[in-house]
Design a protein around this ligand. Structure first.
Ligand SMILES: NC(=O)c1ccc[n+]([C@@H]2O[C@H](COP(=O)([O-])OP(=O)(O)OC[C@H]3O[C@@H](n4cnc5c(N)ncnc54)[C@H](O)[C@@H]3O)[C@@H](O)[C@H]2O)c1
Length: 353
């Protein structure tokens, strides 16, 4: 017997769908229903776009002369992204707190004839980021800023519980560095990107749409104990991206996200061996850079999240079709890519990494 299901979507509009069928709800949104539960909805707040096709040919020459801002570009993933983009002829502004490394990365690339600049920036400070955006804009005032990649990051703290519990002494406030850099900093970068993207500029035939590429993490999809502040911030980055991706598309720009598993950069190096000994499969930084290049240069990639897993890169299907990434995330976990499981991760990451 057909089972009718009454539902309310994210905008408070209601409709009914029949078991086993795809039914149009009031506002044009469609939903598939199984056993009385809506299992997928299209054209709604989490509408699907075409999955990333990693086998499609990729022409990176479209990156030539694009104007890019990379926060956190002085080290690790951000430095590798900067180098790859500069090698393909992009103009890159590195915005990072680390003066010594930032200047070195920029100088080494410029000595090879590439076009980069370094601006000392604290992403937690609005004015400091405004300064970085102004510098990036001035790298190519005719065209403005084409691509922004908020890559600055910190490892998290283990759950900051007070050492002793008593009413005699008030608990100390926790450190908020992780939230400030990983979430607040990215929020600032997002708002400033959309500000600078909207400045008038000439229409140049063939030039790619502007893009804001978020750096999430598998910790945006899976809980990684004990680093609650890091996971909460990375879930927040993903939430920000999901919330505005349609709005960004409507503005005429693109936005995508990568979600890497552990990679051997300076924050992970101290625990990399312990993770691998327990069976975790680390991804290489080069793999993450490949994911970034795919999302930047493939004009069809729009509103997609790509996981950088230990066994390779894949579209995590963070949309209605993939149940918000849940299907692919669970498959990845079941494949053993996270190795030691949640308790094992807690053991390895118990100290601040
Ligand atoms: N390494 C991993 O396993 C891994 C996994 C998933 C996601 N990520 C993400 O990748 C990104 C890059 O991380 P990474 O592994 O290359 O780390 P990293 O430490 O090598 O690089 C982070 C950079 O951010 C900069 N930074 C920190 N605080 C800043 C601030 N307040 N203002 C400006 N710059 C600041 C640092 O100086 C550094 O250059 C981060 O967003 C991180 O969360 C890393």
């Amino acid at each position: 017997m057909a089972d009718n299901h009454q539902s309310t979507n994210g905008f408070g509009q209601t409709g009914s769908a029949q078991n086993g069928h795809t039914t149009v709800i009031d506002n044009g949104q469609t939903a598939s229903v199984e056993n009385g539960q809506i299992v997928a909805a299209e054209n709604g707040p989490t509408a699907s776009t075409e999955k990333v096709d990693f086998s499609a040919p990729l022409d990176l020459s479209c990156l030539t002369d694009l104007n890019v801002l990379v926060t956190g570009g002085a080290n690790g993933l951000g430095a590798h992204i900067t180098s790859r983009l500069a090698e393909y002829g992009a103009r890159v502004t590195i915005a990072d707190l680390n003066l010594e490394n930032g200047e070195k990365v920029s100088k080494d690339l410029n000595d090879k004839g590439f076009r980069t600049t370094f601006v000392k920036t604290d992403v937690t400070d609005w004015n400091s980021q405004v300064n970085a955006f102004k510098a990036a804009y001035s790298m190519h005032p005719t065209c403005g800023i084409d691509i922004v990649i908020p890559c600055a990051g910190l490892a998290g703290f283990p759950l900051q519980l007070s050492k002793s519990v008593s009413l005699d002494k008030d608990p100390e406030p926790p450190a908020n560095d992780t939230f400030d850099v990983v979430l607040k900093g990215v929020y600032y970068t997002t708002l400033l990107s959309l500000h600078y993207f909207r400045l008038p500029s000439p229409v140049i035939p063939g030039r790619m749409r502007r893009q804001l590429l978020f750096i999430g993490s598998l910790a945006s999809y899976l809980e990684i104990p004990p680093m609650a502040d890091y996971s909460a911030s990375k879930f927040g980055v993903r939430g920000l991206w999901k919330t505005i991706r349609e709005e960004i598309r409507q503005m005429g720009y693109r936005t995508n996200l990568i979600a890497p598993t552990f990679m051997p950069t300076q924050v992970i190096l101290p625990v990399a061996d312990a993770l691998e000994e327990r069976g975790a499969k680390l991804a290489s930084v080069g793999q993450a850079v490949d994911a970034v290049m795919r999302l930047l240069a493939d004009e069809r990639a729009e509103g997609r999240a790509v996981a950088v897993g230990g066994y390779g890169n894949f579209d995590i299907r963070d949309d209605s079709d993939g149940l918000d990434g849940g299907i692919e995330t669970l498959k990845y976990f079941a494949s053993g890519g996270m190795g030691p499981g949640m308790q094992g991760l807690k053991d390895v990451l118990g100290g601040r990494t």
